[in-house]
Unconditional design. Structure first.
Length: 379
């Protein structure tokens, strides 16, 4: 690896280390090994390193570079967990073809993590004129963001860049989400006795029909300028015990994507309204819904100094990034809720959460250069 750019060598190493989120895939290794490798690398490039446990065996790694004079602080933040690898061929063997580096996590988001860490190396070698640079590699973004939640209890900054994959555009907002669990209850009976049984699965079908209508309504509304529209989908459904029995229970896990301007409780209210309507039509209808987990959407003002400065320092690297919104949720919302204005900026590629994932090599290097320039300009 001695002839490889240090940023790409680091990316190669990161992709080679399994870091599948153990909440998503029981028994998966989690972030321990990759956090240890990142901590050692950060120390080698001159950062003051702290390990912070978000949960047992699931650490964040925070590296700090102090400037030569007082000034503003800047945080680079990226998650080090990935989704699972089922169906992938050699997910931990980074392969470069046609300017793309393939492997699990290459785009989501070890490319961005490598870029932000190597930007700190470049900045350390040149000397940070003023201010403070904080580089945070966090756990668990792919599920509940316990890493980012822990991070903001001890660390803050005057601005942050979350290096999620944005195709080299500047993300000034992203959608939120709500996970809802819906239940319909029937009455078990022999399949030959329809007067005795109540089919919980067919009753869930009534809910699904109305959810489909709600999704169409959401997507037909005037879109938010950078986030588009809200949406929903049915994620997981279970029910029934055997072929010759009426099912007494059916469970649906669904996701609702939210945008700025919607009330925090809107997803739950909408499904409760559907259930109330079904009860009004059929007094025997028995269903319930609960909110399992949610995260809010996020938006920073387009004229905030952070996205404005980021666009300015990017131009010498040959790019003119636009301000865009992202469809996926990110840790930027957690940082912002704690008082850290945040934007998204990271390399392009394809295959997030799919069987073939890659990041554009040239983008990783350009991202590194832009972040290093921002670190100097921001302080």
């Amino acid at each position: 690896m001695t002839d490889m750019d240090p940023c790409l060598s680091l990316l190669h190493d990161l992709v080679s280390i399994p870091s599948v989120n153990p909440t998503l895939v029981p028994g998966a290794p989690g972030e321990g090994a990759i956090a240890g490798a990142i901590a050692a690398h950060m120390r080698r490039i001159g950062l003051d390193v702290t390990m912070q446990e978000a949960a047992p065996g699931r650490p964040n790694v925070i590296g700090v570079l102090e400037g030569k004079a007082p000034g503003k602080s800047l945080m680079f933040c990226g998650h080090i967990d990935t989704v699972g690898v089922e169906g992938m061929d050699a997910p931990y063997t980074p392969t470069v073809r046609d300017g793309r580096l393939y492997g699990r996590g290459s785009q989501d988001m070890k490319g961005g993590v490598a870029a932000m860490i190597d930007a700190a190396r470049v900045t350390a070698e040149r000397g940070l004129p003023k201010g403070r640079l904080i580089v945070a590699a966090v756990a668990d973004e792919e599920y509940a963001s316990i890493g980012a939640d822990a991070l903001v209890t001890q660390w803050s900054a005057d601005g942050a860049v979350v290096t999620e994959p944005t195709d080299m555009q500047i993300g000034i907002g992203h959608k939120g989400f709500a996970w809802l669990e819906v239940e319909t209850r029937g009455r078990a009976a022999h399949g030959s006795r329809p007067k005795d049984g109540r089919d919980a699965i067919l009753r869930m079908g009534r809910i699904l029909h109305r959810l489909d209508s709600l999704d169409r309504q959401l997507q037909a509304r005037a879109p938010h300028p950078v986030m588009g529209t809200g949406s929903l989908h049915a994620s997981i459904i279970t029910g029934g015990r055997e072929l010759s029995s009426y099912p007494d229970l059916c469970r649906l896990q669904m996701e609702r994507r939210t945008i700025v301007g919607e009330r925090d409780g809107q997803p739950l209210e909408d499904v409760r309204a559907i259930l109330a309507g079904l009860v009004a039509e059929d007094a025997e209808f028995d269903g319930a819904v609960r909110l399992a987990f949610s995260r809010p959407p996020y938006e920073i003002a387009a004229d905030h100094p952070l996205p404005t400065m980021l666009a300015s320092v990017a131009r010498p690297s040959g790019i003119s990034p636009s301000q865009v919104g992202m469809s996926f949720w990110t840790d930027a919302a957690v940082l912002a809720a704690s008082g850290i204005p945040s934007v998204l900026f990271g390399p392009g590629g394809a295959g997030l959460h799919s069987r073939e994932e890659y990041v554009n090599v040239a983008d990783v290097l350009t991202c590194r250069d832009v972040l290093a320039a921002l670190a100097v300009a921001w302080g």
